[in-house]
Design a protein around this ligand. Structure first.
Ligand code: A3P
Length: 430
């Protein structure tokens, strides 16, 4: 039987060699010393010799041979193990060592489980037909944060719970706000919340919009928590209709879909993405614009998302709105939404709500302006969530060529649908 013993260099150098040992090492280890099993010590310098010695596997045919070998070298090598090491310790030290051992075992088990779970989740996603979108080095962080599923790009945390998303129990008295990111979701949600809560401004000034109206697919508060919320619930989501709970079709809750022209959407999305600490996006606008076309943007492609929303517009329980419509006639939109939700408001109430939902007031309102993201979800230096709130900001960012590219895309993808966007569709271009 053979024994392979690895001797760690640091242990040998720091603990086992005293002055006389260096000398004996020199004596017994000439520059090219070869032992009976062919092991080679390559250097004259004892320290170098020892470290190369330490890094090698010495091969011995018996424990006895190993002992002889040690004595030949004149070394006092103690290969440490738990028992010998702990014997040399005080009772207190032994206890500490015991705890350190338990702790490292626990960390080891924890790490192994975490890795196992991650691999299992990866496998589950692949089996479901989800394809990871590899991060672009230098542009984003290192981790896979996006998956492609049924033609859409979804975040990893949504991909992890997609089964639960489809199985989610919808209620008839729910209200859902559905949108592609940066379409004016927060704006519309604040309006819907106030209409549904019979204009409870006190509540609206005490709790953040995310506490009052949770994001359906986000980690916080999570599907389980939303499923326990009392009725009537208001839920917002960036998932397209085809990735929403199957029960939406039979329970027919009220659904409001909001869309925004793609040019301003992409500009707003770019600034928002740059602000997010976790995504750590370092690309310029040009790069982000290409992501829009290459369909690697979260919750995209935009055109597929809005087309699905538009196709649902004739359902009794669905209202299709645009950002531009809200911008041009906020009181009119409030009137329409309140009627749709079965909570009509009088003119004075509409006026007050329109004032509350003006850009200036929402920007200053800490319950809707996402200032609670500071130092956590947002990077230190970032654009505010309530950035400009205007139609046509794209003109400050897009070249003529980019604008044409976008016009062509809209003309191509939305052809025959009847869906038009102010500032983009030919009839409304300014
Ligand atoms: P900008 O980045 O162009 O300013 P979402 O809530 O879907 O993320 O959308 C955010 C966009 O809606 C931001 O666009 C934000 O400024 C705009 N917005 C929010 N409240 C608004 C309001 N009251 N009036 C106009 N725009 C508003």
């Amino acid at each position: 039987m053979m024994f392979y013993i690895k001797i760690f260099s640091r242990h040998i150098t720091t603990k086992c060699f005293k002055q006389e040992t260096w000398q004996s090492f020199h004596k017994y280890c000439p520059p090219l010393y070869r032992n009976s099993t062919g092991f080679l010590y390559p250097s004259r310098n004892p320290i170098k010799s020892i470290s190369s010695f330490g890094r090698q596997y010495a091969k011995f045919s018996s424990i006895k041979e190993f002992r002889n070998h040690r004595s030949v070298l004149g070394m006092k090598i103690t290969v440490p193990n738990y028992r010998t090491y702990s014997q040399g310790l005080s009772p207190e030290g032994r206890k500490r060592l015991q705890w350190a051992t338990y702790l490292s075992c626990l960390i080891g088990v924890g790490l192994m489980s975490a890795i196992g779970l991650r691999e299992f989740k990866k496998f589950k996603k692949t089996a479901r037909g989800m394809e990871p979108i590899e991060p672009e080095l230098g542009i984003t962080g290192r981790h896979v944060v996006k998956y492609r599923y049924r033609g859409y790009v979804i975040p990893v945390y949504t991909a992890d719970v997609m089964d639960n998303v489809f199985r989610f129990q919808v209620r008839e008295d729910d209200t859902w706000v559905v949108s592609f990111p940066k379409a004016g979701t927060t704006w519309l949600t604040e309006m819907v919340y106030l209409i549904m809560s019979d204009l409870n401004y006190d509540d609206a000034r005490q709790k953040t919009i995310d506490e009052r109206v949770p994001f359906f697919e986000f980690v916080m508060p999570g599907l389980r928590s939303i499923s326990k919320q009392p009725s009537p619930r208001i839920i917002k989501t960036h998932l397209p209709f085809s990735l929403l709970p199957t029960q939406l079709k039979e329970k027919k809750p009220k659904i409001i879909y909001i869309a925004r022209n793609p040019k301003d959407t992409v500009v707003s999305y770019y600034h928002f993405t740059k602000a997010l600490a976790k995504i750590n996006y370092n690309g310029d606008f040009n790069h982000f614009f290409n992501e829009f076309f290459n369909n690697t943007m979260l919750f995209g492609p935009w055109w597929k998302h809005v087309k699905e929303g538009w196709q649902m517009r004739d359902e009794d329980n669905v209202l299709f709105l645009t950002y531009e419509q809200m911008k041009k006639d906020l009181p009119g939109t409030i009137r329409m939404v309140s009627m749709f939700l079965g909570k009509p408001l009088n003119e004075a109430e509409i006026e007050k709500l329109a004032e509350h939902c003006s850009f200036k007031n929402m920007k200053a309102n800490p319950c809707v302006n996402y200032s609670w993201y500071e130092g956590w979800i947002y990077k230190k230096e970032h654009e505010e969530f309530m950035r400009k709130g205007i139609i046509g900001d794209w003109k400050n960012f897009m070249t003529d060529e980019m604008a044409k590219q976008m016009d062509d895309l809209v003309a191509r993808e939305l052809k025959g649908t009847g869906l038009q966007f102010y500032d983009v569709s030919p009839e409304t271009r300014v």
